[in-house]
Design a protein around this ligand. Structure first.
Ligand code: SF4
Length: 240
């Protein structure tokens, strides 16, 4: 892929230098270029959060045939599970992955959240990538989202042979909502309760902190952090 390889300094200036319409065009261009190159091996990771449903909608503008996967866990809120079922009914090309593996401790999310995420989220993500033959996965990651998300690029190759495309990397939270409202995209009903970033129920709280992800993993070392799908190796098995 040729476009979308600016330096991190250039990226920072684009976050406020591009307007909403320019960002939408840029995102569509990135997905389109990757789709030309990867075809059916381009797959969208859909976490059922606002950023994911925006990326899913953008991808569908590029090609209605683009596939996606959802990783769910036994700890997803009932509202998210209901929304997931609605989305899968609307888009049967969304495949659902999860892990039924026993946990060493039922409250692992308190005692060892990194291990809990590794078992319940990262493992099924690896399986999705393997089973769906993914060459390029598309995520809703944004660099203004929180302290752990400032160092990403629009195009990354953290795992050899697996491209990661972050087409809305430059979008502000407001622009995501702008896009969803303008396009009438269905969203997870939990946002109506005040949540800004969604995950499993034990690790997700409503927060008014300026950091959008501050409500994640409150009270643990992982507070405001990552589940691991953006930081852990996704090919070649677990490394822990
Ligand atoms: S978000 Fe919490 S409950 Fe869900 S997998 Fe990670 S640690 Fe476990």
């Amino acid at each position: 892929m040729n476009i979308g390889k600016p330096t991190s300094e250039q990226l920072k200036s684009l976050v406020d230098g591009l307007n909403f319409a320019q960002k939408v065009d840029r995102s569509l261009g990135l997905i389109n270029e990757a789709h030309q190159e990867y075809g059916d091996r381009l797959v969208v990771a859909n976490s059922l959060g606002k950023d994911s449903v925006a990326v899913w909608h953008l991808a569908k503008q590029v090609s209605p045939d683009i596939r996606g996967f959802i990783v769910t866990t036994r700890f997803k809120p009932a509202e998210t599970v209901r929304f997931m079922k609605q989305e899968v009914a609307r888009y049967p090309e969304l495949k659902v992955f999860s892990s039924d593996d026993p946990l060493p401790d039922e409250k692992l999310y308190h005692t060892a959240p990194d291990l809990c995420c590794e078992i319940l989220k990262v493992g099924p993500t690896r399986r999705a990538i393997e089973e769906m033959g993914v060459g390029c996965w598309v995520t809703g990651l944004r660099c203004t989202e929180g302290r752990t998300r400032t160092d990403y690029r629009e195009i990354e190759e953290r795992d050899q042979g697996l491209l990661k495309l972050n087409p809305i990397l430059l979008w502000h939270e407001r622009e995501v909502w702008q896009y969803l409202a303008l396009n009438g995209v269905h969203v997870n009903p939990l946002y109506a309760q005040g949540y800004r970033s969604l995950g499993c129920w034990p690790c997700t709280h409503i927060s008014n902190d300026p950091n959008e992800r501050a409500g994640r993993w409150i009270g643990t070392s992982k507070c405001g952090g990552e589940c691991g799908i953006h930081t852990r190796p996704l090919k070649g098995g677990a490394v822990f």
